[in-house]
Structure formats: C-alpha cells, structure tokens
Design a protein around this ligand. Structure first.
Ligand SMILES: [Zn+2]
Length: 72
C-alpha cells in the first residue's frame, strides 16, 4: 500500500498517510485547514545531497594540499 507524505505550506505540519489510487489527494491541512502539499521523500534527499557533495568536493580540492601540509 502506498504511503504519501504531506506538508502544510501554512503551518509546516507534516505527516504520512496510507492512500490508494482511488482516494482523493488531500489538499487541506488537518491542523489549520491551510494549503496542504504532497511531499516526495527522495526530493529532499537529492536536494541536500547534491548541495553537500558540491561544497565538499570544491573545498577539498582547492585547499586540500595546503590543509594537509599544516598537519605536521
Ligand atoms: Zn497547517
């Protein structure tokens, strides 16, 4: 059974819910009746991961030799 994650754009309330394809997509936040958005878990992971790797490789390649030289 598919699990869908939702997050409210108004109050930030997030939750997971089991739904079938026949169930209607939720659009209203149960907490504040605000604008509810469907969240895809892989989207957040890809976004954070790509930013982390880009920063890590850039700083490591630029200052890698000088940083390791100061070790001794
Ligand atoms: Zn809300």
């Amino acid at each position: 059974m598919p699990t869908y994650a939702y997050r409210c754009a108004d109050c930030g309330h997030s939750f997971d819910i089991y739904q079938t394809f026949s169930d209607a997509t939720l659009t209203e936040c149960p907490e504040c009746a605000g604008d509810l958005r469907k969240v895809f878990g892989s989207l957040e992971v890809t976004f954070n991961g790509s930013g982390f790797y880009r920063t890590d490789s850039r700083s490591g390649g630029a200052s890698g030799s000088s940083s390791s030289g100061g070790d001794s």
